[in-house]
Every structure is written in structure tokens, then in C-alpha cells.
Design a protein around this ligand. Structure first.
Ligand code: ADP
Ligand code: MG
Ligand code: MG
Ligand code: MG
Ligand code: MG
Length: 636
């Protein structure tokens, strides 16, 4: 969840009073950082993944599966290796929002060799095994985007109770004890977002209309003494009221280092149209609060779960106390491109702070970057620590990071951290996490390969931001891979100069985008393959990459199910399922047990994974392979 400042959190009232202070110094810090680092050159292509996990506790007698709230205990041990020898660890572990969550990354970022693609899955497997060693009997680490019964009665181990009238969330369903207790940031964000908004967050997701779901699906919250929930809960929707429903979901993220700021802007822009496509392809979250929903992805849930906008800002009341009407939550898809090539596709009116924008221009920052930063800085700080209020703006970047790291968008433009060897980076944030390391490695390697192809072939994938926004909505619909069409550029290989951007894109299925459409669009996987054909790849890596590309191709064509489609099928074909969209404790238990059996290779699941899942992935790159690849790259 971005930067984790340590210290004593301020109350919302104190934080609110300091919001101009944080903005003012955050902008100065960005200006100083930009002046220092804008000309930084020659960083090499590095990249790394982030996988989020949940801890599940099975009770095989009672036939229940619950979220185990022991992540902090486990994290403390996992961090020991890193604390002792930070440069020689194969994995890094971080806290996440849930008291049942962990985030794992490789110990070091990967580099530019193709042979690195053969290490990704082995490293993911290593992380899973490393954590598994620390678990209690019947506890399992799972990479599952959403726990089906999160917020349903009795979903935690040990048992907890929500506290609608006290604490950080004030939720009817999600207890504060399920928020990570080891760092004050998470509860502080929860409380401040709720207090800033002046009401609980409200998340409404359509219920899946199975045959026994009542014609009017309406839950009664008044009996719980909660008027506020009854007012905002919509009929025929699954209602949720806490940050934990969104931030308690797991995702798969990727960070790329570019050789300089220009290349980082290009990557940021070019990956933007891929966000909804990859969201649809990785869809893995059809269940919420023990119900089957009618959406396949977490995005709108997580977006609403941290929506700190007041009624004025949401446009429900005329502006009086607030400065801006704001069209999106601070967790949402990006609103503007950053590269010159992207400029003409910035067709969504951008809300930004004029004074900040002007200050950035006056300091030599160009229009596109200035409006991006000024747009991020329409937000207030929602988590501030007393030790961090006063900073040295020439060296520190905490106030900048404070606002930057709580703009949770599909893409993030990451400047180099102070005093580090790290360059300009971009983060790709839309993907949902899959249940197996094989699938996650496939998504990671496919996306990284796409960045290589984009940069080497100078591809242009840009379409108007408004079309990317439309695609984000389509991507989340049930079965989007099979039934939806997405705006996509048809000619991505030649840089046609037209004034009429409308003729540049049309609607494609995911299958056509990934696998190609005869004579009209080459397809992203065929492009990756033609790039690979010109490269010298060792046999094992080649084989691994081909398995990954096949998985992506078959998911896109519908030959294999998406995770969301498979999860739905498992629940709706369970013998206890009553066609009422309800996921009982028993259904949940059987589903999670089955997932664990698949991940442990005890049973196969060809409808999800295909036939060929045996793997040549290795922990390290053999020296001879690395040498051969380096030599072929430099023609030595
Ligand atoms: P955040 O949560 O802010 O996104 P993390 O530190 O959790 O950041 O994850 C950063 C990711 O970036 C990891 O996958 C890591 O391997 C990768 N990474 C680290 N250093 C670099 C670098 N120099 N270039 C590219 N990626 C990097
Ligand atoms: Mg995370
Ligand atoms: Mg992280
Ligand atoms: Mg993070
Ligand atoms: Mg991240």
C-alpha cells in the first residue's frame, strides 16, 4: 500500500488543519526532486512483481474456512532474514491492509535478461513455501483476490465482532480486528477516510440474479440500529460499508524502471490502455460478503471502499466548504497521459489546483507533468504522523509521497527515491491475483514482455482516456472476456498522424486484442512472439515463456475459464448451493479446500490451467545461460 511512515498518527481534525501544509511542502519536495533528477539517464530496465496473499484457517471437522488474523506474527519472523542481511534475501515481505494479509516481492528486482522469465515462478513458489513453513497446522497462505465470506457472519479466526458504533470502520460487518494491527497507518486511513467523507463508505455491488434470489433482494439493517446503512444500501445490491472490503482484497502489481524520465512517461501512457484489458483477463473476484455478485472484478469495490469525497465533492450538494467537484475516488483509473504523444488523447476534463499547477510551471515543469501532479494534489492527506509534520524539503519527500501513495490509481508514476540507485519507474496496478504461481508468473511475464515489445517496436496503443474509462467499466462485468467488446487501437505498429483520433480505434473482443483479428489487428501475443523470434533465448526459458503465452491466449479465447468464471462454476455446481446466490460456510470450505489442492498439485484443473503445467522454472539463472544471453545481446 505504498510508503509506510512510522510514528504517532494525528487525529482527523489535526490532519485536516495540516492538509494545506502537507500539500504546500509536498509540491516543493516534488519540485526539488524533479530538478535534481530530471536529467538522470542510463538506468537499466529492471522490474519486479508484488503478490498479495491471505491467510486461511481450515477446520476440517466443522467444515469451515476462515481468515486467520495472524499475519503480523508471521510477518515478524519473515522479516528477520531481511533485517539480518537485506542484500541477500530471496524475498521481501510487507504488511498489507488486512490482519490476514501479506505482501511478498522478490528479494531483488529482475533485470533485462530474458532468462529472468524462468526465475519468476520459482521465486513465487519459494515465497509461498517460505511462509508456509511458519503456519499452524490447517493454516494456508492463498493468493486469492477476495475471500468469499469476508464480512459474512463468523469469517475470522479467532472470532471477532464488528463494532458499528466505535472504532475505525464503524462497520456492520467488518471488525477493526481484521485490520492489520502492527502499523497505525491502516486504522488511521480507515478512520480519516470515514471522517473526511462525514459518513461511512458505501459500496453497492449488484447481486447475481440466480433463480431463487428474491425478486426484491433487500437486507434489513434497521434492526442493527443503523439508519445510515439503510439509506445508502440499494435494493438488489450487496451492500458493504468498510475500507476492508476493498483494501482487504489481494492484487498482483508490477513495477518497471525506465532508462530515463521520458521512457517512464512513455511506459506509463502505453500501459494505460492495457489496464482494463488485463483487468478483464485476470478477473478473479465474483464474491462479496458471502454472496455471488454480478461483477467479476474488485475494482469498483476497492474504489468505493476508500472514497473519501464529501457530498459536495461528489456533486450531490453545491460546493460550499470544499474547493472542487471531483469525478472519481482517489482509488481509480488514471485521468491523463504524461507523454507528448499522449497529449491529444487527454479528453477528460482534469480537475486540478491552479495555483499548484502554476507553481510547477514556474519551476520548469512541463504542462503534462504539472497537471498530473496538480491533479494528484487535489486530495487531502488522510494519514499524517506527528514526527513527519516538519521536514527538510531539500532532502525529504514524505509529504509528496503522502499524497502520491494515497492516489491509488491503475498506473503510478514513481520518481526515484531520495539517495538511492533507483531510477524513474512506473507501476502497473490493475491485475487481480490468481490462485497459482503458474498463472501469476504468466501474467507477469506477458506484461513485462509487452513492455519490451512496446519500447523496441515503438508501438502506439493510445486511445482517448474517456475510452479507457469506458473499458474499465466493461472489464468488470460478469464474463467480460467472453461477452464484452473493448475500445482498442487498430493500427498500433505505424505512427499514423491523423487529426481525427476517432478513426484510430474501434471495438474488439479480448480474444481479438490478445490473439489477433485477421487482416485487421495482429494481436498482442503474436507481436510478443515475433519479438521473441528475433532474440536469442535458451531452451528452458523459451519453453517456460511459451507455456505462459498459451495460458494467456487460451484465457482470452475462452478455451480456458477466467478465475472468476471458474469460481462461479464451483459455487453454483456445489451440492449445497440453493440458487440463492449465497455462499454458505460449507460451500466456502469446499471451494477453498479445492483451491488448495490445485495449488498443491494434488488435483489438476485443466479447465482453468490447461494441460501443460509442468515447469522448467528455476531458482537462479545458470551462469552459462546468463553469459550466452549477454553475449548474444552485445554480439560478443
Ligand atoms: P509499492 O508497494 O510502493 O508499490 P514495493 O516496494 O512493495 O512498492 O514494491 C516495489 C516493486 O518494485 C517490487 O516488485 C520490487 O521488486 C520492484 N523494484 C525494486 N527496485 C526496483 C527498480 N530499481 N526498478 C524496478 N523495480 C524495482
Ligand atoms: Mg500491496
Ligand atoms: Mg508493495
Ligand atoms: Mg504497495
Ligand atoms: Mg505496489
Amino acid at each position: 500500500m505504498g510508503l509506510l511512515s512510522e510514528g504517532s498518527p494525528l487525529s482527523w481534525e489535526e490532519t485536516k488543519k495540516l492538509s494545506d501544509h502537507v500539500r504546500k511542502h509536498g509540491v516543493i519536495q516534488f519540485i526539488n526532486l524533479y530538478k535534481r533528477l530530471r536529467d538522470r539517464q542510463g538506468d537499466v530496465l529492471k522490474w519486479g512483481d508484488e503478490v498479495e496473499y491471505i491467510l486461511v484457517k481450515f477446520d476440517d471437522d466443522a467444515k469451515t474456512a476462515k481468515l486467520s488474523l495472524r499475519a503480523m506474527e508471521i510477518l515478524r519472523i519473515l522479516n528477520e532474514k531481511e533485517n539480518e542481511d537485506p542484500d541477500n534475501t530471496k524475498s521481501l515481505w510487507r504488511p498489507e491492509y488486512g490482519a490476514y494479509m501479506l505482501e511478498g516481492t522478490p528479494g531483488k528486482p529482475y533485470g533485462g535478461l530474458l532468462a529472468h522469465f524462468n526465475v519468476v515462478e520459482a521465486n513465487m513458489r519459494y515465497r509461498r513455501q517460505e511462509a508456509a513453513k511458519l503456519l499452524h497446522p490447517n493454516e494456508v497462505l492463498m493468493s486469492l483476490t477476495v475471500f468469499p465470506r469476508v464480512g459474512a457472519p463468523d469469517f475470522t479466526d479467532p472470532p471477532t465482532h464488528p463494532t458499528p458504533n466505535t472504532g475505525a470502520s464503524r462497520s456492520l460487518f467488518f471488525p477493526d480486528e481484521a485490520i492489520y494491527p502492527g502499523h497505525p497507518r491502516f486504522k488511521t486511513l480507515t478512520r480519516n477516510i470515514r471522517e473526511r467523507r462525514r459518513e461511512k463508505v458505501a459500496i453497492n455491488i449488484p447481486i447475481y440474479r440466480d433463480e431463487s434470489v428474491p425478486l426484491l433482494f433487500k437486507e434489513d439493517f434497521t434492526s442493527k440500529g443503523d439508519d445510515c446503512s439503510s439509506k445508502v444500501a440499494k435494493d438488489n445490491y450487496i451492500y458493504m460499508d468498510a475500507m476492508g472490503f476493498g483494501m482487504g482484497c489481494c492484487c498482483l502489481q508490477l513495477t518497471f524502471q525506465a532508462c530515463n524520465i521520458e521512457e517512464a512517461r512513455t511506459l506509463y501512457d502505453q500501459l494505460t490502455p492495457l489496464c482494463p484489458i488485463m483487468l478483464a483477463l485476470t478477473a478473479a473476484s465474483p464474491f462479496y460478503r458471502g454472496y455471488i455478485s454480478d461483477v467479476d472484478c474488485r475494482w469498483s469495490v476497492i474504489s468505493s471502499s476508500v472514497d473519501c469525497r464529501t457530498q459536495e465533492e461528489r456533486g450531490l450538494k453545491p460546493l460550499k466548504e470544499n474547493k472542487f467537484k471531483i469525478s472519481k475516488s482517489r482509488y481509480d483509473s488514471i485521468d491523463s497521459y504524461l507523454s507528448r504523444q499522449g497529449e491529444k488523447y487527454n479528453d477528460v476534463p482534469l480537475t486540478y489546483d491552479d495555483e499548484i499547477y502554476k507553481q510547477l510551471l514556474d519551476n520548469g515543469i512541463d504542462h503534462l507533468l504539472a497537471q498530473h501532479i496538480a491533479h494528484l494534489f487535489i486530495r487531502d492527506s488522510v494519514s499524517l504522523f506527528s514526527e513527519k509534520v516538519h521536514q527538510n524539503d531539500l532532502e525529504d519527500t514524505d509529504h509528496f509521497e503522502n499524497i502520491q501513495s494515497t492516489n491509488w490509481q491503475t498506473m503510478r508514476f514513481k520518481p526515484p527515491p531520495p539517495n538511492s540507485s533507483i531510477g524513474w519507474r512506473v507501476e502497473f496496478r490493475p491485475c487481480e491475483v490468481q490462485i497459482t504461481d503458474f498463472e501469476n508468473a504468466a501474467i507477469v511475464c506477458f506484461t513485462v514482455l509487452l513492455t519490451r515489445v512496446i519500447l523496441s517496436y515503438k508501438l502506439n496503443l493510445l486511445i482517448p482516456i474517456s475510452k479507457v474509462d469506458q473499458n474499465m467499466i466493461r472489464a468488470q462485468k460478469r464474463n467480460a472476456v467472453k461477452v464484452e467488446k473493448f475500445w482498442f487501437r487498430h493500427d498500433i505498429t505505424s505512427d499514423i498522424k491523423s487529426d481525427n483520433t476517432q478513426s484510430e480505434y474501434t471495438e474488439f473482443t479480448i480474444n481479438e486484442i490478445i490473439n489477433g483479428k485477421n487482416g485487421i489487428f495482429p494481436g498482442l501475443v503474436p507481436l510478443v512472439n515475433s519479438y521473441l523470434a528475433n532474440m536469442n533465448v535458451d531452451a528452458d526459458t523459451h519453453c517456460t515463456i511459451q507455456r505462459y503465452l498459451k495460458l494467456i491466449q487460451k484465457r482470452a479465447s475462452g478455451e480456458l475459464l477466467t478465475t472468476a468464471a471458474w469460481l462461479r462454476k464451483e459455487v453454483t455446481s456445489h451440492s449445497e448451493y440453493k440458487h440463492d446466490a449465497v455462499i454458505t460456510q460449507r460451500i466456502n470450505y469446499d471451494l477453498l479446500r479445492k483451491i488448495h489442492s490445485i495449488v498443491s498439485n494434488d488435483i489438476s484443473c485443466p479447465e482453468l490451467l490447461g494441460q501443460c503445467i509442468s515447469s522448467k522454472t528455476t531458482d537462479t539463472i545458470p551462469a552459462a545461460v546468463a553469459k550466452a544471453e549477454k553475449c548474444s545481446a552485445t554480439n560478443c
